[in-house]
Design a protein around this ligand. Structure first.
Ligand SMILES: Nc1ncnc2c1ncn2[C@@H]1O[C@H](COP(=O)(O)OP(=O)(O)OP(=O)(O)O)[C@@H](O)[C@H]1O
Length: 260
């Protein structure tokens, strides 16, 4: 799998003229990589993910998965958003299998894949439960199982834990890391949470705001064995501080200089 985004731009019309949300963004994700994009509010993170998911059309530039141009949504990209997008009237197993049904996957194969991916996310005992019987973290695990069940080449995550309380969020981060280590699915995750990005990913793109541009690409050179002890190490804190400083900087105003 190779995701390549080149010179990606997106502007939205508005009464006061076009709003440039993304301006010439270049990024790539290699097979089995976990990559995060961090940026402040308004840096175009959601716009970027929607373009890669094929839910919106770029104003310029290109997006390719294994050399094939992205022209709309496709089974090669699995998407999970912040808000739970489960069908409330379907049980967990039906939610996970729904996309497969649309893809024409036969009943037996569908049932096998649903069981497999529910086990991967640790929810096999909840196959018959309805979404409103689940906690927020469990709903997101169902959404991840549903995305994985279609066997995408890459998983696209847009602030998947943004709506969860701090404790659940930490549990879910460990869950996602464990899932990635077991499955080695390629992941591109959007987040405004710098600590989350440093904890989870191997590479980070830091975006500027208004318009969103790649300000820096950072290699996360931390031990591959990640647990909560890591967050207290100086190396982790230094990297987090470096990225926070980049996010605070405004164009043309170096950090520390007097601001008007
Ligand atoms: N459909 C739209 N119509 C008009 N403007 C839009 C639209 N979607 C996004 N924008 C504008 O594009 C810019 C980037 O928005 P986007 O939601 O992608 O940023 P974000 O980094 O995801 O922000 P947040 O972290 O607050 O969700 C903003 O200025 C926003 O107002």
């Amino acid at each position: 799998m190779h995701l390549e985004v080149v010179g990606l731009s997106k502007s939205f019309p508005s009464r006061r003229g076009p709003i440039l949300a993304l301006d010439g963004v270049d990024l790539h994700v290699e097979s089995g990589e976990f990559v995060c994009v961090v940026g402040a509010s308004g840096s175009g993170k959601t716009t970027l993910l929607r373009l890669i998911a094929g839910l919106d059309q770029p104003s310029g530039g290109s997006i390719r998965v294994d050399g094939e141009p992205v022209i709309g949504p496709g089974a090669d990209r699995g998407v999970v958003f912040q808000s739970y997008t489960l069908y409330p009237w379907m049980n967990v197993a039906e939610n996970v299998g729904f996309g497969l049904k649309l893809q024409g996957v036969k009943r037996q194969e569908r049932a096998a894949r649903v069981d497999y991916f529910l086990e991967i996310v640790g929810l096999e005992r909840f196959a018959k439960a309805l979404p409103n019987q689940l906690s927020g973290g469990m709903k997101q695990r169902v959404a991840i199982a549903r995305a994985l069940a279609a066997q995408p080449k890459i998983l696209l995550l847009d602030e998947p834990f943004g709506a969860l309380d701090v404790q659940t969020k930490e549990t879910m981060q460990e869950f996602l890391l464990d899932l990635w280590q077991r499955t080695r699915t390629s992941i591109l995750m959007i987040t405004h949470d710098v600590e989350e990005a440093v904890f989870l990913s191997q590479r980070i793109y830091v975006l500027t705001s208004h318009p969103g541009r790649v300000k820096r690409e950072i290699l996360v050179n931390l031990p591959s064995q990640r647990d909560y002890g890591l967050k207290r190490t100086p190396a982790f804190q230094d990297l987090k501080d470096e990225i926070m400083a980049l996010l605070r900087e405004r164009p043309g105003i170096p950090l520390g200089s007097a601001t008007p």
